[in-house]
Design a protein around this ligand. Structure first.
Ligand SMILES: Cc1cc2nc3c(=O)[nH]c(=O)nc-3n(C[C@H](O)[C@H](O)[C@H](O)COP(=O)(O)OP(=O)(O)OC[C@H]3O[C@@H](n4cnc5c(N)ncnc54)[C@H](O)[C@@H]3O)c2cc1C
Length: 580
């Protein structure tokens, strides 16, 4: 087996991974650093972010207001020290990004343009038209190229973390083009592997968002935090799940039911006004809007289509000029994927799984409880999003906490010892396991696609917008069954060259673990908070559950769930008030 060694290894070449890589190269240019990514970095999911990234810049805005919106948006489950670090650093990060080439949209007088976003009280969402993620990732990628010392392993899939005596020392990874299995050793590893929307059947997330890093960490003994907190975005295209950005509502779009009625006024989110009002109606937070859709559906006031119930997003009153200037990609997506023109027609939309608030548990420097292991971006839970992330806080999060994880890993690696040689035996074991359980296996009968589909539908029924003990227990039983059946899978492709079936199998095995942690954390949390709505426990319960869920993996059986107190600094838990 080929063995290579570096000081620091980044798993993931998306926004968080590249921001961390730049921070490390800046912190200590002598550190030997590598980025492993299962796709070419510019294909990471960050590229598809549309609406924008939040940071205080407008004269009438304050950092405390950004903190408060984030904390109340999180239904008080965010750690307030993490939120304070975020709001205090994000504007600087956004300006740096501009210096690296990110073309932020501007007002005619040259100031940075900002738009309103859901759950935010002020205009603070920076954007590059509606292709923000593309421009951000491009700026990070081209800046990373300045540093010759960043070695890249593109299209290389990490399958296991190497851990000796509680210290992480590298990964095993498959080079997809050749099937070559490598041991890549490092003193520190940072997981920036993104989200896991693909655990569900209907999601805005790219095919690659399968939570691999969460599963890698979990299997290696690092716990996962707040995995029950799954965000549904209220506006996806019904057939494909393609996201119609919140920027449409930031620019003044309306949500209407089958009678053309702006139904959000019935859900304690304020009343219609001639111009949009912050934190009101369509600018309410995502959890409340997605829940309102379900209630509207129960009242029979949604439209019925071949891909389920939907409502309409109406942009027609914004006019062609504004749509072309501010929302060109929305027009393009609607034309190409729904055959409608939002200048003249309403857009059919329904809630869609979008973002994972939970993830690998880290402190505010990105460190996990496992020595040498760090995490940042959507794969991590630091936690600043709590029970509901505000739109446009994630892109800023991956800059602020990507950089912090990079800096702290650099500090750690500078003084850490070379990984133990004992890890090579672990790496050889992993190679044999992949050959035995996947590549050389002929006997199984279970199809990967079928198991994946069953998992996704089980998750939607068990752990969707509304949950109960019964749905969750059924989901847990189904996942246990699927994990067992996974032992009997078959692969038709035994070749080593771009074996995408092997990759799908590895992804599915990780997703089953991630899904289990979600269902069991959701069973544990007997209250309703943010995105986690238990109809059998409809109230928020700060006495018992002002706490994070921490899922630990058990070798046998379901994960063990423990609780960890939430850090409160300046904002005691209060009522979440919108529309007033
Ligand atoms: C359609 C869409 C629109 C969005 N719009 C916005 C927005 O406007 N504003 C906002 O704030 N947020 C938005 N978000 C959320 C935000 O974009 C993401 O949370 C964020 O970009 C995630 O970045 P990341 O670096 O953590 O992960 P990603 O960009 O997903 O990168 C993950 C990386 O990990 C690598 N990887 C994964 N598994 C492995 C493995 N096993 N081995 C090797 N490499 C691996 C991948 O190759 C990839 O490079 C949006 C999300 C979506 C899906």
């Amino acid at each position: 087996m080929e063995v290579t060694a570096h000081d620091i290894l980044l798993i993931g070449g998306g926004g968080a991974g590249l921001r961390a890589a730049i921070a490390i190269a800046e912190a200590d240019p002598r550190l030997n650093l590598a980025v492993v990514s299962k796709v070419y970095p510019m294909r990471s999911h960050t590229v598809s972010a549309e609406g924008g990234a939040a940071a205080v810049i407008a004269a009438n805005d304050t950092i405390d207001e950004h903190a408060y919106d984030t904390i109340s948006g999180s239904d008080w489950l965010a750690d307030q020290d993490a939120v304070e670090i975020f709001v205090n650093n994000v504007t600087h990060e956004m300006l740096r990004l501009e210096h690296w080439g990110c073309p932020w949209s501007r007002e005619p007088d040259g100031r940075i343009a900002v738009r309103p976003f859901g759950g935010m009280k002020k205009e603070r969402t920076w954007f590059a038209a509606d292709k923000t993620g593309f421009h951000m990732l491009h700026s990070l990628f081209q800046t990373s190229l300045k540093y010759g010392e960043i070695k890249r392993y593109d299209e290389t899939f990490a399958t296991r973390l190497l851990v000796d005596d509680g210290v992480v020392g590298g990964v095993v990874a498959i080079e997809l083009a050749t099937g070559k299995i490598r041991a890549i050793m490092a003193k520190a590893v940072i997981l920036c592997t993104g989200g896991c929307g693909r655990v569900f059947p209907f999601t805005t997330n790219a095919n690659i968002c399968t939570g691999d890093g969460m599963a890698l960490a979990f299997r290696a003994g690092a716990p996962l935090k707040d995995m029950e907190m799954v965000q549904y975005h209220p506006t996806g295209l019904p057939q494909t799940g393609i996201l119609i950005t919140e920027a449409t509502r930031g620019e003044g779009g309306w949500l209407v039911n089958k009678d053309g009625y702006r139904y959000l006024q019935d859900y304690d989110l304020g009343k219609p006004t001639p111009t949009p009002v912050f934190r009101s109606m369509e600018l309410g937070p995502r959890d409340r809007l997605s829940q309102a859709f379900v209630k509207e559906m129960e009242k029979g006031r949604t439209l019925k289509g071949p891909y389920g119930d939907y409502v309409h997003l109406d942009l027609r009153h914004l006019g062609e000029k504004k749509i072309d200037e501010k929302l060109p990609m929305v027009r393009e997506l609607c034309r190409n994927y729904a055959n409608i023109d939002p200048v003249h027609q309403m857009i059919p939309v329904r809630p869609v799984v979008h973002y994972m608030m939970g993830g690998i548990s880290t402190d505010s420097s990105g460190a996990t409880p496992l020595k040498g292991l760090y995490a940042a971006g959507e794969a991590a839970c630091v936690s600043m999003n709590g029970a509901n992330r505000l739109g446009s806080n994630s892109l800023g999060e991956l800059l602020v906490f990507g950089a912090r994880a990079g800096t702290s890993a650099a500090q750690y690696a500078s003084g850490a010892r070379r990984p133990s040689d004992r890890l090579l035996a672990q790496a050889a074991d992993e190679e044999r396991r992949i050959e035995r359980e996947y590549l050389n296996r002929n006997s199984g009968r279970e199809r990967i696609a079928k198991l994946r589909e069953e998992m996704q539908h089980a998750m939607e029924s068990a752990c969707g917008i509304y949950r109960t003990r019964q749905t969750l227990e059924e989901g847990a039983a189904k996942l246990a069954e699927l994990k067992q059946r996974f032992g009997g899978i078959t692969l038709d492709d035994h070749s080593r060259t771009f074996n995408t079936q092997l990759m799908a199998a590895l992804e599915l095995s990780g997703m089953l673990e991630v899904a289990e942690s979600m269902v069991h954390a959701a069973l544990w949390r007997e209250e309703s908070r943010g995105a986690h709505q238990r109809t059998d426990f409809p109230k928020r319960d700060d006495q018992k559950f002002l706490a994070h869920s921490i899922a630990h993996r058990n070798a046998e059986g379901p994960p063990r769930i423990e609780s960890l107190p939430v850090t409160i600094t300046r904002w005691p838990p209060g009522e979440r008030v919108y529309g007033r």
